[in-house]
Design a protein around this ligand. Sequence first.
Ligand code: ADP
Ligand code: MG
Length: 769
Amino acid sequence: MQGQNRTPGRRQVASGYPASHPQQTLANPALLASGSECLAVTTVETIKVEHLKEKLISQAQEVSRLRSELGGTDLEKHRDLLMVENERLRQEMRRCEAELQELRAKPAGPCLGCEHSQESAQLRDKLSQLQLEMAESKGMLSELNLEVQQKTDRLAEVELRLKDCLAEKAQEEERLSRRLRDSHETIASLRAQSPPVKYVIKTVEVESSKTKQALSESQARNQHLQEQVAMQRHVLKEMEQQLQSSHQLTARLRAQIAMYESELERAHGQMLEEMQSLEEDKNRAIEEAFARAQVEMKAVHENLAGVRTNLLTLQPALRTLTNDYNGLKRQVRGFPLLLQEALRSVKAEIGQAIEEVNSNNQELLRKYRRELQLRKKCHNELVRLKGNIRVIARVRPVTKEDGEGPEATNAVTFDADDDSIIHLLHKGKPVSFELDKVFSPQASQQDVFQEVQALITSCIDGFNVCIFAYGQTGAGKTYTMEGTPENPGINQRALQLLFSEVQEKASDWEYTITVSAAEIYNEVLRDLLGKEPQEKLEIRLCPDGSGQLYVPGLTEFQVQSVDDINKVFEFGHTNRTTEFTNLNEHSSRSHALLIVTVRGMDCSTGLRTTGKLNLVDLAGSERVGKSGAEGSRLREAQHINKSLSALGDVIAALRSRQGHVPFRNSKLTYLLQDSLSGDSKTLMVVQVSPVEKNTSETLYSLKFAERVRSVELGPGLRRAELGSWSSQEHLEWEPACQTPQPSARAHSAPSSGTSSRPGSIRRKLQPSA
Ligand code: ADP
Ligand code: MG
């Protein structure tokens, strides 16, 4: 304001120059001109100085503003704040360290050996890591502190320089104002002196040039100062930036520290929790272990007690064992001698035992033989009780061949309550017969076989058996004996049974089963299994004087299976077919014989048995009309009639125990002599045709059957016979009654059983009565 006020005054002064000077100019125009020029320059200079002064003031103000704005006070405040913050952090750090120390100092005992100690160690590691990080942060903080200190120092320096600059400026200002004053004074004195104006002007000029120089200097200095201020501002800005970054860093560090703290706190809490849970676990585990240990201890105690008692009981046993051992040792020493002695005595004992066994064996063998004989005797007794000649009837069913009409009506009936009764309606009159058993047309092959089964098995025991099929032609004889391939008869079933029975006894007995097949036609015996079936065979006396009969040339096949039997039958059948053109007719007029011989040997005793089974399909029993038959037919009928009558006679003689049994009245009875006499058994199956037209023949057959049976089985007679039958075998040899034999063929007589041709039939001959 002062300057401003002053400036118009100066202007007034300057403007006063020209106003007062026109007189001077008028007086001296040259001087006047130079005086006005000087005035103008001075005015300009004065304005310039004023301007500079103003500038200086504003700069000083600016500096003070800057100082107040960014100067030491704020920095100091910042520094103080940082220092306070530092101090706070340090305190916190110390506190943390103290806590850490405390934690470290806490006993780690409970965790020792615990499963959580590992986790605790991990936590500890983490803690030490955090500590390391904290130490690093501390280092960084101290670095920052140092930096802040350096910056503060530099700031102080800059302030000092600024002060110097200001002082210099003030001095310069002082100098300039002084010179200005001088100049004013000079100008005033010059005005007062007026001439020599030229000199004054010159002085002013000189003075003015000097001022100009000073002004330029001060300008340069001003410039320099301005540059310095700019530089200072720049430095200040940099420092501000640094301060800001340090602030940020501090904030980051603080945040980090806070994070670490929270983490530390969390870790601490976790550690405490874990320690607690560990402590609990430990306590629990200890309790459990203790309980377990107690239980185990108890068990161990019990075991110990058991072991003790065992030991107590074992001790005496051990003592006895030791004693035994010692005794054994002594015995072992004397063992060889003992052994020899023992061997001697054992040998003697064994010898004695063998002798005893031998004698026992002998005794047993004797007893066994006696038993065998007894068994046979008993069997005989049984047979005698049952009757050794039994007669059964089998009625065949009505067939197509019987035709139709009244002739083919059924004339046979049965008793529903008694299977041994058969009724026949003959010429309107009912006739009844009683036999051992009657089979109706419904009876199967197996049913019939069941009846004869016991007879067949007795062969294995050495008995001779004869089974005859009797009846008129077409009554079913061949069906019963041979049967059909699908439904075999007694022949095949008998052999099958023998095989199975023999097999059952195979462990004790050795059996061989042989078969022969023969036929008797017109009182001529033929071999059905021979190579020349037309050859007539003879029945001869054994030349060894044993009194037995044999048939030289009769083929005998050994059979072992059903296949063998079938082959044999087939062979016999073929022989018969080739030999006779009308087989049916021929077979009905001839007797067909299947002779099965069962030879056995007891493996243990060497005892031998021979049983013979004769299965005979007899010739038809029908009578030939006296008028109608002649020639060969008549001869056949006579032969059949003779042989069947002879069979009836033999049976009758046997049963009535006649002194003479006429075996030699026919080839059949002669051949079967040893199978009919003695303890042999005979079964007669009387075949019956049921139809009306055959009733005469049926009547005849049944009468024959009853005659045989009544001779045989009259109840009073049978009982009377029982005691003496077995001893009453009066088998006769009647050479006088023998039918004329054809000349003997040249067959070598076989020596009992070793013949090259096994086909000889032998029989025991009893001395004639
Ligand atoms: P035979 O030998 O007495 O002359 P067969 O045995 O040849 O008589 O029998 C004459 C017929 O009657 C044959 O066709 C035979 O098959 C049949 N036959 C005989 N008995 C029976 C029976 N029990 N069941 C069925 N058919 C039978
Ligand atoms: Mg027949």
